[in-house]
Design a protein around this ligand. Sequence first.
Ligand code: IPM
Ligand code: MN
Length: 357
Amino acid sequence: MNYKIAVIPGDGIGPEVTREAIKALDAVADKFGHKFEYEYLLAGGAAIDETGRCLPDETVEAAKKSDAVLLGAVGGPKWDNLPGEERPEKALLGLRKALGLFANLRPAIMFDELKGACPLKEEKVQGGLDIMVVRELTGGIYFGERGIKDTPDMGKAAYDVELYSEKEVERVAEIAFSMAMKRNKKVTSVDKANVLESSRLWRKTVAKVAEKYPEVTLENFYVDNAAMQLVYNPKQFDVIVTSNIFGDILSDEASMITGSIGMLPSASLAEGEFGMYEPVHGSAPDIAGTGKANPMAAVLSASMMLKYTFGLSEEADAIENAVKAVLEEGYRTPDIMTSGKRLITTSEAGTLIAERI
Ligand code: IPM
Ligand code: MN
């Protein structure tokens, strides 16, 4: 089969890790007889430098015409002083919205080989860890009305509105429950319904969706408790479904439990098969160009693309197994390095993975 992939390398370590993900995709193409066609697009700081805008229209148009998008990372200190609307991060938000990517899947899986890198006591993660965070991605406070106004006596005031409609909650909850059906049949919905009206509607709507999935156990946690439970007893979780901002925070927390954010991929899905795939880590400008970046999150994002958008499960497994093999053989990028292991660079990691596909 022939697939058209829009590639947005972005900034910082984005281009380096994306290059390694493409090595893996090319190895899959060779082995399984597929053809991946790459179209390179600009977004983020790279686009600001080149075109003056963080998300050029051509990027959105080309991304829409592709079968899937592979993204590196955007942002960096060079563009930190730009106003909110022009920051590189705005490109990411713009892409999510323009492409209708309402469901963000962030699997926090602990690789057996990396148990030592988990900051929790061993007994807390005995037998491994496999949590799927489903984060709502095109609504809530990230996209609500915002502004700045003057107050009579308290200086300036700024606001960002958290707003969720039933439809928005329903569709992301549907994704969470159908994922749970293929996993351990448990959904934990996270909100702040003891305080927020938007959370009360969230909770009610999730409960309605749950009625369609009698086999799945639904549990509701307030976000503060969820943050605590994640480090206290992470093994109780299967699928977590939550709002845009809570999901942003909890997915970083969950990722750290697995050892390194450098290992974690993500999928952002639209209605249908289309998706954008990117590592959860950011652009890490401090290590850009040094060969220290771990490309595994990007490589595993490519694997998620094969699985969720192209329906190529065997090919996706081939990438995952290759990553595991490289870890088993003792190769480590600096973020996951421990004594006695073999230190490798970004591109060495990518080559080793590709060779094992
Ligand atoms: C993420 C990032 C983004 C977000 C930023 C860069 C806008 O932190 O993908 O988690 O907050 O969604
Ligand atoms: Mn984040």
